[in-house]
Design a protein around this ligand. Sequence first.
Ligand SMILES: CSCC[C@H](NC=O)C(=O)O
Ligand SMILES: [Zn+2]
Ligand SMILES: [Zn+2]
Length: 408
Amino acid sequence: MTSKGPEEEHPSVTLFRQYLRIRTVQPKPDYGAAVAFFEERARQLGLGCQKVEVAPGYVVTVLTWPGTNPALSSILLNSHTDVVPVFKEHWSHDPFEAFKDSEGYIYARGAQDMKCVSIQYLEAVRRLKVEGHRFPRTIHMTFVPDEEVGGHQGMELFVQRPEFQALRAGFALDEGIANPTDAFTVFYSERSPWWVRVTSTGRPGHGSLFIEDTAAEKLHKVVSSILAFREKEWQRLQSNPHLKEGAVTSVNLTKLEGGVAYNVVPATMSASFDFRVAPDVDFKAFEEQLQSWCQAAGEGVTLEFAQKWMHPQVTPTDDSNPWWAAFSQVCKDMNLSLEPEIMPASTDSRFIRAVGVPALGFSPLNRTPVLLHDHDERLHEAVFLRGVDIYTRLLPALASVPALPSDS
Ligand SMILES: CSCC[C@H](NC=O)C(=O)O
Ligand SMILES: [Zn+2]
Ligand SMILES: [Zn+2]
């Protein structure tokens, strides 16, 4: 589908831009407006609409297109409604205006991550419904809050609720990442987020003296050990062209805290690290490694976890997985080349996979620079519309996967 002039904008693009203007921006997202938006979509499309308040003020909206065979498990199309903050001064256009330039690029926070996908799902369903199709499996679209801050008040709670069980999800699609080449990235697993704070305690005193056994000196040792590990993983990634970012463990030092004055040696200091642990790592051994770096630094060095995901799951990407077979066959039929990878960051897919539902992370955005969380996040309207076409082919195939042993 080609893009059109401003006077004849494709209605799917107009809807996308409307949604982009809703300020669901962390840390104070306007979730009420987003829920109202999806309720209105349900009304217009004639879909079922259920609101599940998983925590006070945190509503998951579920839009449902029933299938013809209720005995079969359903297809879950998930998207989060919140977006990350902006540094407005670095943007060429107001990030909440959904400005479209003369070439067709739409600038907005959420243009890639992941308001595009929410509307692409809806517009594919609308098209299929208008054409009079019905499929054996029910399609549920879930619009969830809180993903950008960890999903703890969103999908993490939702998967534990009876309302989630009642959806009987057999397979899920969730977000991926844009791909600057002609290919499309698809994620079959994720690294596990481990957020670690190392606290070091030591002898305090006057800043002019050679104090021994200081908190800073010991913290420095741990920081060095962890950054050396980081370098090792980086080299491993660099030296092997077959390894993709998600296949190695990453770590960044993201916070340093402590100290009160230039001339007072503090008794305590801490360093915080964002680890993303690759799915093939032995978690027990890795935690022991972290502990031993702390012990090697000296007395009074401890670590605590602010986040420690322990359930990495891999969705098979071979024909043993009928969902993958259906998904990849459509891509083949459409001449789309896929690059299966492990998601370097963390999405709601980890909660979905952890309750036993296979999931793929897929945002149908190729020929698009990766601008999620970046300044001037933008998406070309033609790429957006092509994504609607892709879901229009994927949904019939997925919702027609024949009965599986797991369905009974
Ligand atoms: C680990 S909880 C935070 C989740 C967040 N997700 C998107 O960016 C991320 O940092 O990956
Ligand atoms: Zn996202
Ligand atoms: Zn994000």
